[in-house]
Write a protein that binds this ligand. Structure first.
Ligand SMILES: [Zn+2]
Length: 199
């Protein structure tokens, strides 16, 4: 969905794909506030994929914000965070999936999920994505206790908050507006938005 000024909406619970040229920037916006989403990046030809493990290797931390780099599984920089209104994102959790909704939420039929949204978006870009890497779960607010236990808190993003990443190589990107209410303060799924800015 195109809006004035090049801003595009990712409807609640759904996903979309886009391509970035090296040097272009992607601005991802939480229009209503309190909504998390998933981002995965592949090299334009599919030969490299986003890697949380390599990002932890080279960055030395699990919480990323302005100035931090997201690395590929071939140890090349993919994206640099160049602006961040929120400052808290998760890069530990796997994307929500149909199996997760069945095991943890007793869902019996289909349930929209980031895993399927991201794979579909990548296929629409012409890629054969294979198994999905761990997504950058932007705005998702995960607490890590001293004993390693994980817990969720509502996203810190307020209406209009955004982050900006700069492409360090030509990329295929998939975004999903996460339909899991537990990651989003218990609220029903809300949309996200994005815009591509020139390099
Ligand atoms: Zn999700």
């Amino acid at each position: 969905m195109n809006l004035a000024g090049g801003r595009q909406v990712v409807p609640a619970g759904s996903g979309t794909g886009l391509r970035l040229r090296r040097g272009e920037r992607l601005r991802v916006i939480d229009p209503e506030g309190g909504q998390s989403g998933d981002l995965v990046a592949y090299a334009a030809d599919g030969s490299e994929r986003l890697s949380n493990g390599r990002t932890f290797d080279y960055g030395g931390k699990i919480f990323l914000s302005t100035g931090d780099v997201l690395w590929s599984d071939r140890s090349n920089p993919m994206l640099t965070i160049v602006a961040d209104d929120v400052g808290r994102h998760d890069f530990l959790y796997a994307s929500c999936s149909l199996e997760m909704y069945r095991k943890q939420y007793a869902v019996t039929g289909y349930h929209p999920n980031c895993h399927d949204n991201l794979l579909a978006a990548l296929r629409e870009l012409g890629l054969d994505p294979g198994p999905l890497p761990t997504a950058f779960n932007f705005f998702m607010n995960v607490e890590v206790a001293a004993d390693g236990r994980l817990s969720f808190a509502p996203p810190l993003s307020r209406a209009g908050d955004a982050f900006v990443v700069r492409a360090e190589m030509d990329l295929a990107i998939a975004l999903s507006a996460c339909p899991t209410s537990t990651c989003n303060g218990g609220a029903p799924p809300r949309p996200l938005a994005f815009e591509v800015l020139p390099g």
